[in-house]
Design a protein around this ligand. Sequence first.
Ligand code: NZQ
Ligand code: ZN
Length: 392
Amino acid sequence: MFDFKYYTPTKVVFGKNTESQVAELVKEFGGTKLLIHYGGGSVVRSGLLKRVTDTLDAAGISYVTLGGAVPNPHLGLVYEGIELCKKENVDFLLAVGGGSAIDSAKAIGYGVANEGEVWDFYDYKRKATGCLPLGVILTIAATGSEMSDSSVITKEEGLVKRGYSSDYSRPRFAIMNPELTMTLPDYQTACGCTDIMMHTMERYFTQGGNMEITDALAEGLLRTVKKNALILRDNPKDYNARAEVMWAGSLAHNGLTGCGNDGGDWMTHKLEHELGGMYDVAHGAGLAAVWGSWARYVYKDCLDRFKKFALNVMEVEDKGTDEEIAIAGIEAMEDFYRSINMPTNLRELGVKATDEDLVKMAKKCAIGVGGQMGSAKLLDEAAMLEIYRASM
Ligand code: NZQ
Ligand code: ZN
């Protein structure tokens, strides 16, 4: 096993009606003037935003609001948020929504706490030295941004989607009421389950350092999400299934399932980020569409892990050679994606890319990772292109 640091400062308040505690949590973490940041309007339609502002009004906490964070959130709105925070002397950010609203809020937080161009952080030009404190009311179980150190933003010019990670952006608190996720479209629920599983799989398919305890947590989490994704497909109002998936989403991306290993492969995510930037696809669906091609490209270099995954997560029969078992595991995972209506290639994702487009994406992806990346197998631009081509 490798040495590791595990840092999860987020106070989690989990369960029914927990959003009613928002004012006391804001006070506990020192917020006096808030920016409430949200997405395209689901929180308005569900009445959640009104309940939150009523609670803050009653507690005498002042705030301004900024909606409009789109999936694959845009840099333009981040600039708007930074200006608004400076003008209104905002000292605390409250993101109400999913990964997009949370990530956009984190970027706003960097922009307020640091002088200069905020995109520099996402462009790997410099490191942030702080971030405005942030709290979250989560409405979709997916990215784990409610506990993670990451934020992913798309720059409209050139359609460049990039992530930036630092502990400064880890939320101070996360309110998680599984009931709030019951208004999700089925497609978004399935995208969320896919993303949650991928966050743990990225850390699972790695070369070395693996610990038995970390593997047990990872495999348990994967089996749990797989089972409950099917329950939610058939009964989206199942509270217990919503709760299992919601908590799994946080644990999948707060670092827990990476302890002791080399930190993760992350190439499926990097390949998806180019798709999200160029074609504006839902993140989870994009991951499902490229994972199978990535897995077939790398599995021979990471055979023990693929075999273990096949047996312990996908529960395939322990029969045949290691390679046959590994392939059976990959096929079983793709069957699972199909069973929750997720795509398993770019055509099913609805991406009509020419070979020229794939070449462009592979180039951008390689630039984005500094040339080459991957733990299960190190991938360069040529390998990325081959995976994109295989996923058509
Ligand atoms: O925008 P609104 O109107 O709120 O609608 C959203 C959006 O259309 C809707 N939605 C969310 N909660 C709902 C709801 N609709 C009805 N009822 C509810 N309760 O669902 C759609 C998707 O929302 P979004 O926030 O975009 O989803 P998600 O949480 O999957 O976030 C995706 C973004 O996060 C990034 C992705 O790349 C993508 O940009 N990621 C962030 C990570 C992180 N910060 O740690 C890690 C991930 O790997 C990922 O890259
Ligand atoms: Zn993800």
